[in-house]
Structures are given as structure tokens and as C-alpha cells.
Design a protein around this ligand. Sequence first.
Ligand SMILES: *[C@@H]1O[C@H](CO)[C@@H](O)[C@H](O)[C@H]1NC(C)=O
Ligand SMILES: *[C@@H]1O[C@H](CO)[C@@H](O)[C@H](O)[C@H]1NC(C)=O
Ligand SMILES: *[C@@H]1O[C@H](CO)[C@@H](O)[C@H](O)[C@H]1NC(C)=O
Ligand SMILES: *[C@@H]1O[C@H](CO)[C@@H](O)[C@H](O)[C@H]1NC(C)=O
Length: 633
Amino acid sequence: MALVELLLLSFLASGVDAVPPRRGVSWPAPVPASSVPPIEWSAIGSLIYKPSESFSHQNTADKKVATANINSVSAPLPPVVDWRNRSGINFITTPQDQGACQSCWAFAVTALIESQVRIEHSVWSKRSEADVHDGIGAICETTGSAEETLQYVAGNTNSSAHGVSEKPGIADWSCDPYEAVTTPHAHCSDRSGRTTHIGNFQAIGEVEDQKKWLYEYGPIVATFILYDNFGEWKPDPTNPHHVYAWDGTSGNTGNHIALIVGYDDERGAWIMKNSWGKGWGDDGFVYFAYDNANIDMWVKYGLRNVNPDPWTRRRHQSGNMMQSGNGETHRNFELLLSDPAKGIRHISRDGDTSQWGVVSQLTSGDALVIRGQPSIIGTSMNRDFHAVAVTEGNNIQQWAYSQSSKTWSQLSSFGQSKVDGFPGIVQSDDSSLIVVVKHTDGTLNEYRQEANSVAWTLIQPPIAGNITQSGASLVQSNIGFDMYDRSGISQGRLYTVATRGDGKMQTFWREGSSKAWQEGDGFGEGIPDDAVPVMIQDNFDTIDETSACGFQLAVAVNGSVEHWRWRPQMGEKWEMVQKVASDKEGGIKQVWSLVQGSFAGKMHMITESVDGVIEYWEWDGKWALVEKITGLR
Ligand SMILES: *[C@@H]1O[C@H](CO)[C@@H](O)[C@H](O)[C@H]1NC(C)=O
Ligand SMILES: *[C@@H]1O[C@H](CO)[C@@H](O)[C@H](O)[C@H]1NC(C)=O
Ligand SMILES: *[C@@H]1O[C@H](CO)[C@@H](O)[C@H](O)[C@H]1NC(C)=O
Ligand SMILES: *[C@@H]1O[C@H](CO)[C@@H](O)[C@H](O)[C@H]1NC(C)=O
């Protein structure tokens, strides 16, 4: 028999799905577990929101009840923890394929950061393995270690040696799409505002501590010996206790690094996400026997207090408030408030203490009179904030807040003295800033400012005519966005909602790559001409990082707030979720902001009452007034 046939036969015998071993021989040598002291749990704070509480309200109609009992660190550990399904929610991004490149270490650390962002901040955040692999200066033949990689991302190593001036962090996938070949570190030009940063990671030596970490905080990265029989592992539907273990005979080709996303004491195994694609193992996962192939001999690593970038959060906030990466746990709110006597102030709510405080001043006194409240966004340009507001002169004024100098400066003014609606602003998937606003002639118009330009261009023709009001309702959605587009130029659809004058609100949208706007559904009844809709995309009802998100909208109508929801991904139409009445005489005049941030699926809203009081609300299945923001204004 010819050699080729022999090889073919042996390949077939090993299974059609057999994958050639792709290693990531770790170097330097993995740290022995015994060299790390047990965790002092009292010194580690708990997560602000437990996974059991996350998204427990995603369906208002049939509110999901949290089942896991995650409370005290002294509670006995449950027999199974699986972040692919905690209380019915998946926190783990899709298994990726490292290809023929020894980059498992980059994949494991990337997967760790992604899942921690989802756990701590609710949002999906696919990161770029290439950004770590190439940023660290590795070539495909080079191996790496979990600890060195985490040190690099955290900025604890000499990153200027890698040509990165600040703490490196890790960029989003589209900023630097992964290819299983050696390439120099090539990334998007606005990488600095598209990088998730990490705080200190935790080396965990003891198996009991590792399980507790999995239960309390999230996944952990592990190193193990890669024996040849690992590549052939498949689930066995007839055996619920089937796990991977070394067969005692097959040879080893070095070490491998992967992410442990849970444990199962009934099987006696870690639940592991590998980086050999979804076609490998159990949809890319494997049950890996405890204490096998050195997996419990070496230190594992967990992570807390990740800091997602403004690019990641931008779909989920509109209007005069946004969530930023500032604060101890990176969950502060930034709020802009205008007052005819005092000008425009930037105030902030500490994400841990919930206390508001003044940060800085955009304008003072009556130097510049604006109508209503400004809109604020976080941008990929050095993470700077940008703000826009409509002026008494019927223009839009733009400001920017520099994160390095901590000051606001006045930028461009535009609008041809024709603007009289409230503006919606987003940073679009091609990094340009887009404003949609109504003109005095009843047209709804799009303005665009290219990245690194100060000029705003009015796009012709207008989006629509016969519009009576516009608002902070422009969303760069993830609908139509191809997350794994290798060209890195895929763009999601833009959506906006305006008031039409016939008692209805009107949805408009356009493909990211086209300038032609389309009319979507009209909805609502008895909506006044001057009602100002505010809209975001939410984080609910998603299966993984590629899932399209639904929309949430709030608008003040005759003194009450109407809260609407639209889940196009489920084939639904706009539907009203709740009508929120105010306890005040005259009620609520306007909604100024809607945010879904890091607080376990809660939404946050800023309103202004008819008598001019600014109020802060939270939605936790239903809306509740939390406080009136007075004194700071
Ligand atoms: C996910 O977990 C819930 C309980 O929290 C359970 O009812 C459900 O069957 C699980 N789903 C899958 C696919 O295992
Ligand atoms: C960091 O790396 C740069 C470039 O390789 C080098 O010039 C510098 O001396 C290094 N700094 C430290 C503290 O090692
Ligand atoms: C505005 O509405 C009126 C009355 O329905 C209609 O005649 C007109 O064509 C509309 N204008 C635009 C620009 O759509
Ligand atoms: C709001 O008030 C106007 C004027 O009274 C009325 O026509 C409209 O139906 C009201 N809208 C709602 C939703 O009640």
C-alpha cells in the first residue's frame, strides 16, 4: 500500500473531524500552582451585580426569576457552574479558531476578557486575538504564556518596546481581524478608543479557590499538557459522564492554554472553551477531567474590573447622559445639564457610591444659549467625549472633552441656521460622527463629520419631509453588522425615530454602507407634534456576540413617559412596555436620556418635569423615580 493511502487511512480512522494538533507550547514554563498562596477572599470585593441578577428582567411580560443563589463567599459551592448558561443566560463568546498558528495563549486571554466584560458590564464585546498576538510582537511559531500576556494587556510590561505608548489593552475584532499568519501589528487608526483595558488579574493556585472564583466572578485561564488524543475528543451522547482524559499512551506535543468557563463535579471535569473552532469537540467546548494532563498542577488566572471602551458601549446610550469607563469599577455616568443662568455643566455619578458631583463646565452664564439639554457620546478618538446642542441661533454647537487635559473645548458650529429640532448623535461604524436633526422646513437631515475632520457636511437629499420633531434617537445598531468580516469594513444599520405630526412616531433606517434612508414602521397614538423620542439598542435577549439587539424608546406624552420596545430580530412590531405617570402637577415635560449600562440589565432615564426639575429614573422591570438632581444644576 502506498504511503499516501496509509496516511489517508490513519487520518480517516482518527475521525473525519480530527484536527491537526495546534499547540501553544507555553513559555516561559507555567507557574506551579503550589507557588501561589491561597486567595484571601475577605480582601477581594464582591461583584456589584451577581450573575443571578443579570438580565432577570429581559422579558417584562414573563419576568425571569433568578435561580442561582449567589450571595456570600462562605456559601457552599454548587456541584455545577457553567457560564454558558447561568440562570438561562450565556456569558461566553463563540469559540474561535486559532488556525495553524501557535497562538492559543492569545485566544485564551482574549476569551477571558470578553466574558468578563459581558459578566461585569452586560454588553457583548468581541476582542481581537491578533491585537494581542501581534501587539506583543509574536510570530506564528512563537509560543506565549497566560501570565506574560495578561501582564502585557494590563500594561505592566514595557509596552513602548511593542510600539504602544499607553497601556495596551485589547482592541475590538474589526480593528484588527485575526489571521493565522505572522503579520506586523496593524490596527485601525482609532485603536486607542476601541480598546478594553484590564486591571489586575488574579493568579489562583488552589482548586477550591479556582472553583470559587468561577462561581463568584467568572472564567479562568488554564495551561495543560497537550496530548495527541485531545484533538480527537468528541462528546458521547450515550454517556453523560464522558470527559476528556489522557489515554496514558499518546505522546505530547507541548502545552496548550484555554479558558475554563465552569466546572461539573458530577462529571469530575472542568468545562473548557477551546480555540480550535466550533467544529471541534462539543461545539468548541470540552469537559476536561480534573487533575489530568497537569491542568491542576499549574496556576490558573482570573480577572476583575475590566474597563470596556466607548466603542463597545455606544449603541446603548443616547441623550444627555452616558456611561463611561471612569471610576473604580468603570461604571460612572456622565451627565450634561444646561441652565440659563449657569451655562452647561458636566456632572458625574460615581458608579460605586451613586453620588453625583460636578466635574467641569462647558459654558458659563448666558455666553451661549441652547435649547433644552445637550447630547453626549463617548468616542473612539482618545476616548474623548463629544457633545452637541441646538442653539437659539438655529445651529448645532459641538464640544469635545479631552480625557488627557480633563477640559471641554468648543468645536464646530453647523446647521445653516435652519435647525430647530433636537439632535441625535452617534459615532458610526466607520468612525465618523453623524447627527440627525429636524430643520425649520420640516425636513429631517443627516450631517456627517469624518474622523479627524472639523467640518460637518449636510447629506442630500433629506431623510424625510413633514417631520415635526426629532430627538436623541439616532442609533448605530448592530443589525446588518457582520462581526467577523475580515475586511473590517462591515457596518451596521443606522436607525432613528422622529415625530410626524399625525399623532404618530416614524422609524427611519439606512444600511451602514448606503446613504439612502428608508421609511420603517409608524407607531404610537396621540403623540403631540413636539414630542421628543429618545432611543437606544438594548442588551436583552441575545444568544451570543453576533445577535442583533432590540430597541428601547422613551418619549414624554401629555405629562407621562411612554416606554416602547421593538425587537425586529424576533419579528415583532413596536409595542408599548409601560406608561409612566409623574406624581407632579403637570407631569413630565421631556425625556432627555436613556442608558443601558453595567447594572445587570437595568435601564436609566433622565427626565425634566413641567416645572423644570431634572429627575433620574431606573428601570428594573418597571420604572421608578430614584432622585431629583437639584443643587448641581
Ligand atoms: C439553562 O439553565 C436553566 C436553569 O437556570 C435551565 O432551565 C435550562 O434548561 C438550561 N438550558 C440549557 C440549554 O441547558
Ligand atoms: C522600554 O523599551 C524601550 C524600547 O525598546 C526602551 O528604549 C526602554 O529603555 C525600555 N524601558 C524600560 C524601563 O525597560
Ligand atoms: C407632506 O404632507 C403633505 C400632506 O400629507 C403632502 O401633500 C406632502 O407631499 C408631504 N411633503 C413631503 C415632503 O413629504
Ligand atoms: C395628548 O393630548 C392631546 C391634546 O389633548 C390629545 O389629542 C392626545 O390624544 C393625547 N395623547 C395621548 C396619548 O393621550
